[in-house]
Design a binder for this molecule. Structure first.
Ligand code: P6P
Length: 327
């Protein structure tokens, strides 16, 4: 359905990593699909890709046209890649088989923050790569691995620039898409400051939070007259990819905590293809990522679309949030 780009990104940058051919081709497929998604996102109304798709997904969300388009571009690209055994998407009820003898599993949110598409605010693709450890027919259990097991994680931010941010387990690298549709290395080893004076949370949910989170945010709002002794700034873009990119670039803490609107949901964000890949990037850049009581990367998954509370970013702030929840 979609002819994706065939640019070989990994030959240029990761020779010293001795990446296997299978991992290179898996990551190339993701990168090339995102280059094609970027072209569609950038055209917006000119490509007739804005607005609602008129369908819903397993999350109970109305899909945007670009959600569906981005999802299909990634599925087509990955199913054409022999190294990929299967995939899981926010937009697909269950996992999708790719190639019987494939070695890798790719989990993704094809277009995170899609409520921002029609108002021209940054959105992004988030991806996570796991090894298929079993030699038997692909099954759900193959996907349900802790975030600590990820082979690679990253995102492509369709923002002022189109940027790829990626970790293979030894640091976080940033690339910017040039006008020849090639990603050029523009940032090596993102490093997150241990402390920060900038937080990101949707304040409109304040009355629904549990008391430790209420206490923490009240401390930040009290500024230099409060227990933290400094003033804080706030940002909320409503695109996790944009928030995480800002935090990787200049520091900060991002929170989507549990709230009492739906007590059966531990949080809004999804563990397998949002929280886990972002947590790998944040930890690789020297930050922390918890669900308020434990490291997100250590959570034993029980479902493909399970949700999780997310508190990630500056080590000092995440540690303080954890301490408030342990009282
Ligand atoms: P709210 C986007 O829908 C998303 O999944 C994340 O990217 C973002 O951080 C969050 O939800 C925004 O949620 O409730 O503020 O719209």
């Amino acid at each position: 359905m979609f002819q994706t780009t065939s640019y070989n990104f990994f030959n240029q940058y990761f020779q010293k990593h001795n990446l296997s051919d299978n991992l290179q081709s898996t990551l190339n497929a993701i990168v090339n699909a995102c280059i094609d998604i970027s072209a569609k996102v950038r055209l917006g109304a000119l490509a007739g890709v804005l607005g609602e798709a008129g369908s819903g997904n397993i999350q109970g969300e109305n899909q945007k046209k670009l959600d569906v388009i981005a999802n299909q571009i990634l599925i087509d690209a990955l199913q054409k890649t022999p190294a990929v055994a299967g995939l899981a998407s926010e937009e697909e009820d269950s996992f999708v088989e790719a190639n019987e003898n494939g070695e890798y599993l790719v989990l993704f949110d094809p277009l995170d923050g899609s409520s921002n598409i029609d108002v021209n605010i940054s959105v992004g693709t988030i991806f996570s790569v796991l090894k298929k450890n079993s030699s038997t027919k692909l099954c759900l259990q193959d996907f349900l691995q802790k975030g600590r097991e990820q082979v690679a994680a990253g995102y492509v931010l369709y923002g002022v620039q189109t940027q790829l941010v990626l970790s293979l387990g030894d640091g976080v690298f940033g690339f910017t898409l040039n006008d020849n549709n090639q990603f050029i290395l523009t940032k090596q080893n993102f490093s997150l400051p241990e402390s920060t004076a900038e937080f990101a949370i949707n304040m409109s949910n304040q009355r629904h939070w549990e008391s430790p989170m209420q206490t923490y945010i009240a401390e930040l709002l009290a500024g230099k007259d409060g227990v933290r002794g400094k003033n804080y700034n706030m940002r909320w873009v409503a695109s996790m990819v944009a928030e995480v990119h800002r935090i990787l670039t200049r520091g900060g803490i991002f929170m989507y905590p549990f709230d009492k609107r739906d007590p059966n949901k531990p949080g809004k964000l999804r563990l397998m293809y949002e929280a886990n890949p972002m947590s790998m990037l944040i930890e690789q850049a020297g930050g922390s990522s918890i669900n308020a009581i434990q490291n997100i990367l250590d959570i034993e998954p029980t479902g493909l679309h399970q949700r999780v509370a997310v508190i990630l970013g500056a080590k000092e702030e995440v540690k303080h949030v954890l301490s408030l929840h342990q009282k």
